[in-house]
Design a protein around this ligand. Sequence first.
Ligand code: HAM
Length: 433
Amino acid sequence: MSGEEGRDAADAAPRSPKGTHDVLPPASSRWEALIARYAVLAERYAFGLAHTPAFEDARVFRRGIGEASEVVGKEMYEFEDRSGRRLALRPEGTAPIVRAFVQHHPVTPWRVWYVTPAFRYEQAQAGRYRQHHQLGAEVLGTEDPDVDVEVIALAHDFYRELGLTAFTLRITSLGDLTCRPAYLVELSAYLEGVEGALCDEHRETWRRNPLRVLDCKREACRAATEKAPRLRDRLCEPCETHLQRVYEGLRAVGIEFHEDDRLVRGLDYYTRTTFEFTGTSLDSASDALGGGGRYDLLAEALGGPPTPGIGFGTGIERVLLACDAEGVLPVVAPTAEVFVVDVTGGAVARDLVMSLRRAGVRAERAYDGRSMKSQLKAADRSGAPLAVIVGPAELAEGTVVVRDLAAGSQATEPLAGLLARVASTGTMTGAAT
Ligand code: HAM
């Protein structure tokens, strides 16, 4: 993919903004395949499709994701509309789904999947974009740990069905309002003691979000937090029982995982089960294939009744990078089944492609009254196995020539016969679909 914007000279042709990409044929056929496979799987897991707006009242994200998070603090595309409303382009898919849940109060458990663009003002690099796209799923209205297992299994099975094997699942619990506040006090006291040894960034910011320090990849923070107290050892009994039930469920359905007591994700709404799939074939700077977790306090934060929830999101671009690295999901752009060549003025081609398409056949044609030679070249380039050719003689007789473009063989047949056959079978070759 390419496409650096520029703050080009005023008269230069505008380009796609920095950190965004055009997805065009034939490469876009992989996007279609990926989304279609996810849709089938999500529906097999009994999720229904939800579409929410690309922009929301900015409070949905400020309250939902948290003011202290990088996503809200540094990366959100926030703006005022022409009437002075404070809006934001969605940086992620969960808070809007919970906002919709609170607004429409559907019957619970509410299970929805989505495919959506997400916007974050990040340092653009390979695998990290300012507009990326996520496939995701959310379940609202149940705390049952079996649902945690189902959501993780949906992500896992999606990767597996694509043919991916180079990924690992890390999982932990971020506790709840009973056990986390006391832990944060303890962690903060510890960090105060080692402040001087933290990396430059976290020496400045640890007070705002002490948990993030544990997730820092820099050696200084790693070493300084080696002996830091871990929430994993201080979970209250209900959180511990919940986590053990999730582990038990994952083992029962054959999903391998690693406990990771440093895992802290970049969004502040998580409680209890939190997980991330790491793509081991991806660049380490952007190797999160997907992630998610519980957000049992989010509905309340958005003005709704207390409602537990869990979900996950996975980046389409990252999944495709992983597919490239593992050599799965090749680009298979659909080609036409038949190319219509008409050198009698174009009216036959106009009507014939319509009849073919309405019967279910993928049909292409040439335009602009090109020569026979030029149209046959276009037919070859199209990749269609068959051409239907109409010249003055065929027009006069009500016939067409059907040519096998690979073999070079051809036969003449009545146009009416061809149309009847295609209409009854839905294919050019005559076999019923
Ligand atoms: P997230 O981890 O921020 O979680 O994003 C989910 C996935 O989106 C990442 O694992 C990654 O594959 C992809 N992604 C994120 N940022 C970028 C980027 N700048 N460029 C390319 N890909 C990116 C969420 O967004 C949560 N809403 C997930 C969730 C759902 N939690 C509960 N329910």
